[in-house]
Design a protein around this ligand. Structure first.
Ligand code: C2E
Ligand code: MG
Ligand code: MG
Ligand code: MG
Length: 282
């Protein structure tokens, strides 16, 4: 308490903008250090996705975690954005690709057949060098592109995105699959996506978290599901936190569910345990 009070003079007179600037600077500095050091500050966790037709695990979303001694846990939403602005995203994504593909190979060697979904940021899908690295890493591990799904957000494809779309087409021709993440939060329509090499949409969790009780969300989700079936797109619902939402989604023909009701994101060894004990096991 004493420490907090002696600090409060500075804190009170600092503007919001300065706070943001300092936080961003600290994240940039520490992230650079984390990427260069071997101290395991960064790690990957995996969140299961369940096929609602079979009620079995079909895929895992790979999500990065960062625990820093000075900053504590830094949410990926926050540091990924900063990494992009600071020119560090290529390094971050390279690290994510290495870990994720190694872990995927590990699970394949154990006989698991689920795919793994990796998040790419806007800059990543414009970066040919990085995408070539991705292909090389998979080849090295003897994995085919079909084993991987790539999640990108709507906004990545909206403004001035010809290079991104060219890269998407190229990777699709090689056998990669793309999913549109956080669907419903941006501006693109399903009709627009129809013209892109996208096979899957992930309905943003903001429409799913309260699905069982919120009639607006129900209407939105129902509409998205009907349209998606017209356009032949597979639908993943993220943010499924209760069995009631899961049942609704199943009844309405949603293909895949992901959320805390099924499992929180888990590190590799916790995931291995989970896979052996879950009713959703392969
Ligand atoms: P996202 O790709 O939309 O990932 C789903 C987020 O929803 C994850 O948050 C996940 O933990 C959370 N989530 C899943 N189920 C539930 C649920 O039932 N309830 C609630 N409340 N949340 C749920 P997380 O891990 O904090 O990641 C946030 C975002 O950071 C991701 O959103 C993604 O955009 C970005 N991100 C995470 N890892 C990576 C990465 O390796 N590379 C890139 N480029 N971005 C990443
Ligand atoms: Mg995602
Ligand atoms: Mg999402
Ligand atoms: Mg997101």
């Amino acid at each position: 308490d004493e420490a907090i009070h002696s600090d409060s003079w500075c804190v009170r007179y600092r503007t919001d903008l300065e706070d943001k600037y300092n936080r961003r600077l600290a994240i940039t500095t520490e992230l650079k250090r984390a990427l260069a050091s071997q101290q395991n500050e960064l790690s990957m966790v995996y969140q299961p996705k369940v096929d609602l037709r079979t009620m079995k695990v079909c895929s895992m979303e790979a999500l990065i975690r960062w625990n820093n001694s000075a900053l504590g846990f830094v949410p990926p939403d926050e540091f990924i954005t900063i990494a992009e602005q600071a020119g560090l995203i290529e390094q971050v994504t390279t690290w994510v690709m290495q870990q994720t593909i190694a872990d995927l190979a590990y699970f394949r060697a154990k006989g698991y057949e689920f795919t793994v979904a990796m998040n790419l940021s806007t800059q990543d899908i414009q970066n040919k060098v990085l995408l070539r690295k991705l292909v090389a890493l998979l080849t090295q591990e003897g994995l085919s592109p079909e084993a991987l799904e790539l999640e990108i957000t709507e906004s990545d494809l909206v403004a001035d995105a010809s290079l991104a779309i060219e890269n998407l087409n190229e990777l699709t021709a090689r056998g990669f699959h793309f999913a549109i993440d956080d669907f419903g939060t941006g501006y693109s329509s399903l009709a627009y996506l129809k013209n892109l090499p996208v096979t899957t949409i992930k309905i943003d969790k903001s429409f799913i978290l309260a699905l069982a009780s919120d009639e607006n969300d129900q209407q939105i989700v129902h509409t998205v599901l009907s349209l998606a079936s017209v356009f032949n797109l597979k639908v993943v619902a993220e943010g499924v936190e209760d069995v009631a939402s899961l049942e609704i989604l199943k009844e309405w023909g949603c293909d895949i569910a992901q959320g805390y009701f099924i499992s929180r994101p888990l590190n590799r060894s916790d995931l291995e345990n989970w896979l052996q004990n879950t009713p959703f096991g392969e």
